[in-house]
Design a protein around this ligand. Structure first.
Ligand code: C2O
Ligand code: CU
Length: 499
């Protein structure tokens, strides 16, 4: 069995179809197809131009092959689980600030994919949104991303179409841009949180249910850090530890805490924050927090990373003091180097209001296409549109237009000017709202004082109004959406334009 064909990630009937001379790798329900052949935008779309890489750039090259793999998620005797991952490259890419990343995506899936570099302020052409910033990368095809991350920090990357299935089966990687520490840590620990939708036999449950998608999301029942349940990480006794905590789950909220040591939050979504003593820090899907802490000196002592977003706090992972204790002066949390993000000028800026609501409007989709073999193909899925609609921005669910054109932008921000978005949550559920291409400052909430902080994703609680601001300095059409992926894929998604 080759690696190419051995993978059956999605529990639906698959077929290789030939339609109008174009070979499609299709599954019943969605397709990695050629949209042009299906009457969609496809190749007619003009996409933004890729940035030029200077000849003297320092380049970090990676090959990221999206492919089915097998991983022992649930301990034996349960069988291994088929997951999707990026091989031929580390799951964690570490760059030095100033380096360019040249990452070639090879698509060995049976459907199209792309890579979205979540939280990176990069040129529009590199943002990885199929049909908006680039053509989807078809099965067997490749695409090379080239960009120079302007900011240091803890980021991640993931596909941006049929994300429920692709990300739900594990397709994501971590991108760390180093160079933000004034005082180095003794150990740098990456903790990737996700709750797999697998049962105790390692078998997938449906990634998305109507009941979940229309409420708080569909939840897994196999919470992991770095794919392990409650792992224990050995770190230097008495050492200064940086914990980069990433919530890459599609629906779970984490209230991150540390038991057994004092810890400070030093970055939010990768962006420096003056150290804040940690009690508990709320992280919705896609959100990150970097912590700094000093380990106890006595070897064998453990401290816990816990999740308080639950009736009983849940231990997610443990850190165990290991080896001869390091002899260091008393611990003071050190701030990271300040961010180099343009500071928004909130006074006098225009405010755009974004209302989050439920939607009962049916998505305006063309009927399914019946293929020669009698199977049906949804136009909607081929174009990354939602098959169902439960959510809306300002009363408009995605898609708001027919499949021929992308919906018009919700708003156009003047390039170079400060944009303020007031997000109003009119639903009974939490929504982590993510803005592409820009890092924003969260500066106001109707629920009380917020610690102003930089972010690319921010949680808006039921009945809450949150104000965010950023300098709209990155031209192009960008996505804004909820990062509970089921909400995103059932309407809570839109485009904003910077021009
Ligand atoms: Cu992490 Cu548009 O997504
Ligand atoms: Cu949501």
């Amino acid at each position: 069995m080759s690696r190419l064909s051995g993978h059956q990630p999605i529990n639906r009937r698959r077929a290789i179809l030939s339609l109008g001379g174009v070979v499609l790798g299709a599954s019943l329900g969605y397709v990695g197809g050629n949209a042009l052949a299906l009457g969609g935008k496809g190749d007619k779309q003009t996409y933004p131009a890729a940035p030029d890489m200077p000849a003297d750039a320092t380049v970090h090259k990676e090959t990221l092959t999206a492919i089915g793999q097998s991983r022992q998620l649930v301990p034996a005797p349960a069988p291994a689980t088929n997951i999707l991952g990026y091989t031929d490259g580390p799951t964690i890419i570490r760059l030095r600030h100033g380096e360019w990343l040249e990452a070639t995506l090879n698509n060995r899936l049976q459907e199209h994919t792309t890579i979205h570099w979540h939280g990176i302020r990069l040129p529009n052409a590199m943002d990885g949104v199929p049909y908006l910033t680039q053509a989807p990368v078809m099965p067997g095809d490749s695409f090379t991303y080239r960009f120079q991350p302007p900011d240091t920090g803890t980021f991640f990357f993931h596909p941006h179409c049929n994300t429920v299935e692709q990300l739900g089966h594990g397709l994501a990687g971590i991108l760390i841009v180093e160079g933000d520490e004034e005082r180095p840590h003794d150990h740098d620990l990456v903790c990737v949180y996700r709750d797999w939708r697998v049962d105790k036999d390692g078998k997938y449950q449906p990634m998305m249910t109507d009941a979940g998608a229309s409420k708080a999301g569909t939840f897994g029942d196999h919470r992991t850090i770095n794919d392990q349940v409650q792992p224990v990480f050995k770190v230097p006794s008495g050492g200064d530890i940086r914990v980069r905590f990433l919530n890459v789950d599609m629906s779970r909220v984490v209230d991150l805490g540390v038991v057994g040591a004092d810890a400070w939050v030093i970055a939010t979504d990768g962006n420096p924050l003056p150290p804040q003593k940690l009690k508990s820090w709320r992280l919705g899907p896609a959100m990150r927090a970097d912590l700094t802490l000093r380990m106890p000196k006595e070897a064998g002592t453990r401290i816990q990373l816990v999740n308080y977003y639950s009736a009983q706090p849940i231990v997610m992972a443990e850190l165990e003091a290991d080896g001869t204790p390091l002899d260091k002066p008393a611990f003071e949390p050190a701030a990271l180097k300040p961010a180099a993000i343009p500071e928004p000028q909130i006074d006098g800026a225009e405010t755009f209001t974004l209302r989050l609501s439920a939607s009962s409007a049916p998505a305006q989709l063309p009927p399914d296409l019946v293929l020669p073999d009698g199977s049906t193909l949804r136009y909607a899925d081929a174009l990354c549109l939602s098959p169902k609609t439960f959510w809306a921005f300002n009363g408009q669910p995605w898609p708001s237009a027919s499949h021929e054109v992308l919906p018009p932008p919700l708003v156009t921000f003047k390039r170079g000017k400060t944009a303020v978005i007031e997000i109003i949550n009119q639903t009974p559920h939490i929504h982590p709202i993510h803005v592409h291409g820009h890092t924003f400052k969260v500066f106001q909430s109707s629920k009380g004082d917020v610690i102003p902080h930089w972010a690319d994703t921010t949680i808006v609680a039921p009945k809450e109004r949150v104000k965010i601001a950023f300098v709209a300095d990155n031209p192009g059409d960008w996505m804004i959406h909820c990062h509970i992926i089921e909400h995103q894929e059932t309407g809570m998604m839109g485009i904003f334009r910077v021009a």
